[in-house]
Design a protein around this ligand. Structure first.
Ligand SMILES: [Zn+2]
Length: 169
């Protein structure tokens, strides 16, 4: 009995250790493959190696955009951004959402009812959710849910850290 507990402890420590190593140190991520048939505005593409993305993005951005993480709710100042402008991808500047499609979802994440153009993003199944990615650089942006407001009934629940806001001048 005592030995079983020891083995369990060792297994848990090993698991936590491996997770920490994979998360915080350089386990290279294979590039994400865009679904067949997906397009992007102007057929623009930005493809970089994992090392290049690590150099370009902050740690928090990398965790979300290249490693499909989720930022803490209410952690992004963009959740409460109300100016007119355009939300672009923080990785490649691809315009993603217009400010007039932003709404107060109360979730703590910036929420929109539609992308700025249909192929600014693409979606992929993610368990029982639907993942949203940037169509130019394949960055993970967040998820889309079917409980949004009119006219689409969709709620694009975005990680603010994956977006940059460009106000209208
Ligand atoms: Zn992008």
């Amino acid at each position: 009995m005592k030995q079983n507990r020891l083995f369990l402890l060792i297994a848990v420590l090993l698991g936590v250790g491996l997770w920490t190593y994979g998360t915080f140190f350089a386990l290279p991520r294979p590039p994400h493959r865009r679904p067949v048939g997906a397009t992007s505005p102007g057929n623009r593409r930005v493809e970089k190696t994992d090392a290049e993305w690590r150099g370009l993005l902050t740690w928090a951005q990398y965790r979300v955009m290249r490693d499909r993480g989720t930022e803490w709710p209410n952690s992004s100042p963009l959740t409460n951004e109300h100016r007119q402008g355009t939300y672009v991808c923080a990785g490649c500047r691809n315009p993603l959402f217009a400010s007039h499609t932003k709404f107060e979802s109360g979730t703590g994440w910036p929420s929109f009812y539609a992308p700025i153009v249909p192929n600014a993003i693409y979606t992929e199944p993610d368990g029982n959710r639907t993942e949203v990615r940037c169509s130019v650089c394949d960055a993970h942006l967040g998820h889309v849910f079917e409980d949004g407001p009119e006219p689409t009934g969709l709620r694009y629940c975005m990680n603010g850290v994956a977006l940059a806001f460009v106000p209208t001048r």
